[in-house]
Ligand binder design. Sequence first.
Ligand code: ADP
Length: 633
Amino acid sequence: MKCDSTLYRAAPPSLAVKPRLIRHLFLPPLIIALMIGLGYIGFWVSEHYGIRSLSENGQRQLELHARAVESEISKYTYLPSLLELESSVSRLLADPSPEYRQTVNEYLEGLNRRSRSRAIYVMDTTGRVLATSNWRDVDSYLGEDLSFRAYFQNAVRGQPGRFYGIGSTSGEPGYYLAHGLEEHGKIIGVAVVKVRLEAMEERWQRARLEAFVSDENGIIILSSDPARRLKSVLPLSDDTKERLARSLQYYWFPLNELQPLAREKLAEGEEKLTFPANSELVSDEENISYLSQTRPLSDTPWNFTLLTPLQDLRREAVNQGILVAVAFALVAFLLIAWNERRKVIATRLAAREALQEANNQLERRITERTTDLRASNERLKGQIRERRQAEETLRRAQDELVQAGKLAAIGQMSTSIAHELNQPLAALRTLSGNTVRFLERGQLDVASTNLKTINELIDRMGRITASLRSFARRGDDKGQASLGNAVDAALQLLGSRMESAHLQLQRDFADVQVQIDQTRLEQILVNLIGNALDAMQSQPLPTLWLEGEEFDGKYRLRVRDNGHGIDAEARKHLFEPFFTTKPGEQGLGLGLTLSASLAAATGGHLGVEHPASGGTTFVLSLPLVSPTPAEPI
Ligand code: ADP
């Protein structure tokens, strides 16, 4: 099935290429930009939610560790006030004699050992140390004036003295808890417990916890990272520095600010801090970010800060960002692939639809044409029917014409037939009369001879009427005839005319079998020979040539006479019905017409030639029944 190629004509190139070019130019940078953008968003969201999750977890840790710090500090809160109950202490404060001092020294030494504090000592109201647990040490506080210490000043006023500082004697940091010792509602001295809190730092380090405790001045007093110790988390003005240096709270240690590279406040008590890389702690040179969570410690003006490193989170967030970018790239790739496939499918569908449409059109056309063909077929059938009817009518008319021609020929021949029959009849009459007389005379031989002659005459008359009957009989298109017999029959029929004309007959043909009804062939020959006889009436030496030859599966019989010939005008109308040059009743003008149509009806032909020597030649061609095979050359 052929399809209309115009249906599949591609879109004009300018229309098809432009959007594709634009797509190819802009799509990759767009995808890369979106990848970066979405990757960053992925990173940001992951970090944000990671920090939130860390923060929730950190809050619990913060609470846990802050309480641990609080319990560590509060453990010693009541220790100094216990000394109020010790009578030796009151005695010493009332009478600072060496004996009492020694007693209290030993008592404090034992108490210090049991309570695992750093030192316990008792001061009088002037701030002088009267007895101490470390009385045996070289750097013992004994006799020292510590009235400048803030914890003393608070305690002597009846307030709880809390103080973190570096010892002025030992240079060792410690937590000082002071309590004003009362007797009868009057403060008679101050008891101080110095506690070391470094154990907490060690615990943090063991637990890999990053944490610190900053005091009321913002100075980090306890830190898991020693580098941060005694750094200020608050901005330090020169005045503050000066004031703190004078107080000797931090001995002579230089005080610096803990300066993060970046500080981002996330919530109340929550910050994101970024510190520069510390080559001692971190092998690579990355800056370190922390989630810093701070909570005040109860009973103290201190704050506990928990630092949660954000490197892992950051790495995770970077991974998430990369994952999002890659996922987007994958989705984009899949979308592009899907889109391309969709387009291919759409194109295929369109082509299939176009094909279907073309097919439908073709089928419609085929149906239309089939209908047309059927209609024209019907018309043709009708025409064939009409033609057959016309042929039938024509054939019938032809038969009628043949019959009419025969009747005409019979009419023409009737005179000569009558003459032909009259002669034997007259002879018969004479012979029969004579025979009667010879019988009466008894001349039986002569009578017998006469009777024989009578028989012969009767046979002759019978032959004449038989040939006349066969001529008048209707013929058939089919059948086969012997040329020799047909010529003989025709000559027989025209015998009397030929005799009277003294015709010379030249026969030169073969007795072949031709495809035509015998009677019809006889009719044709009677017509042709009869016409030749008519044409040669005034010819002194009338001669008729019957010459035959085989040619191309047919047999050609030439009937030539040396008659008057046919003039130019008559030649034009020779085969037309009812054309005749014969006067009166002699000619009907049907002979040649009928002969030609009879020859044609069997596939033969009747033609005419006009020899230069004069006369006329009619050429009758008829198909042979069994043509002689062509001789090999
Ligand atoms: P008809 O014999 O009745 O005239 P035909 O059809 O047989 O009708 O012949 C038509 C005419 O053709 C004749 O009238 C005659 O003029 C011419 N014709 C036929 N045969 C010959 C012939 N052999 N020689 C000359 N004229 C002929």
